[in-house]
Design a protein around this ligand. Structure first.
Ligand code: ZN
Ligand code: ZN
Length: 337
């Protein structure tokens, strides 16, 4: 079978190896579609500090079951499954409390372990989520949307509150649509006017704000001087992360979804006066995936607008460099295996 390996930063290689053999507790699945995200782009450019090479990338996976033993999820050969890429230990304090998304020994397929850029892969059965009601496209975007669903759940959004999302990348867009579906009045911010037009026209977000010196005044006007009771950072950019608190209302929640590399600095009197709840949101759980599947089943997410690029398996290698250029307007690229 064919697989694609990232041998070192800047180099993918198409290779051949024998098909995986079935082992107890695991299923052999045929990968149908792979979503590409910022993590993959950073791994390819060598910007991901904890990455080791060679590595098979791919953690946003839509698959079909080829071989499986009897299992209590009642998954059968031929079923369509989303692969939840987070391998958790099941024993640590986080796992015992149901927070498998932040297991202290977490290993993410396509990040810490080899992922799905291969025709077939052996996956622990408990990481498979049946999704026969969805298309493979919808299944391939379930993982990034589940990250958004987790963040929205962490924020405990109430209907009609103002929610600002900083960063209109694939994660930010997922958060803004899911927050809107939860009843929030959504404000999207980005430094790229093209992205703002895209979320207004294609994703249906009413309020868009260009990042920069005037952003504070614009948000003040939209919110009638009160600012947003929830602010999400979906940039992972230090400067944006430190500024985001200014857009938050007194008594608000600040949800950090994007990950920056180093220290953040906040003025304590400012965050104290607002009684700021700073809440980090990491990965997603089975509950978040199930929530996203229900949203996709209802057709409430603009899947066709979200997927901007679609390529074949071997075509991906020569195309990958072009996805690094923001001028090409990539939100979500899907690789067809
Ligand atoms: Zn991803
Ligand atoms: Zn654990």
């Amino acid at each position: 079978m064919k697989y694609i390996v990232c041998e070192k930063p800047g180099r993918f290689k198409l290779k051949e190896k024998s098909n995986p053999l079935k082992v107890a507790g695991e299923a052999i699945v045929s990968i149908k579609k792979i979503g590409i995200c910022g993590t993959d782009l950073h791994a390819y450019t060598g910007n991901q500090a904890f990455f080791t090479y060679p590595r098979v990338l791919g953690h946003e996976l839509a698959a079909e079951v080829l071989e499986i033993e009897e299992n209590n999820q009642n998954i059968q050969v031929g079923d369509k499954v989303i692969v939840m890429p987070y391998i958790s230990c099941g024993h640590c304090v986080a796992c015992r409390n149901g927070k498998t998304n932040c297991c202290n020994k977490i290993s993410v397929l396509g990040v810490h372990a080899d992922g799905g850029m291969q025709e077939q892969i052996s996956i622990p059965i408990n990481l498979l989520i049946p999704a026969n009601s969805l298309s493979y496209e919808e299944m391939a975007i379930a993982e990034p949307l589940a990250i958004g669903a987790h963040a929205v759940r962490r924020a405990q959004i109430q209907p009609n509150e103002f929610v600002a999302i900083i960063g209109c990348g694939p994660i930010g867009i997922g958060i803004m649509k899911l927050a809107q579906l939860a009843g929030a009045k959504v404000i999207a911010m980005d430094r790229d006017p093209g992205r703002l037009n895209y979320v207004k026209d294609k994703i249906g977000i009413d309020h868009t704000v260009l990042a920069g010196n005037t952003a504070l005044d614009v948000i003040m006007e939209i919110t009638d001087g009160e600012m947003a009771t929830v602010v999400f950072d979906a940039t992972g950019n230090k400067e944006a992360l430190e500024k985001g608190i200014n857009y938050m209302a007194f008594g608000g929640r600040y949800i950090l979804v994007g990950l920056s590399k180093g220290k953040l600095e906040f003025d304590h009197p400012t965050i104290h006066a607002k009684e700021t709840a700073i809440i980090c949101s990491r990965n997603a759980t089975l509950e978040d995936f199930k929530y996203v599947i229900a949203i996709l089943e209802k057709g409430e997410f603009p899947v066709n607008s979200y997927i901007t690029h679609n390529v074949g398996f071997t075509e991906m290698i020569p195309q990958f460099d072009s996805w690094l250029d923001p001028g090409n307007g990539v939100i979500k690229a899907i690789v067809n295996v």
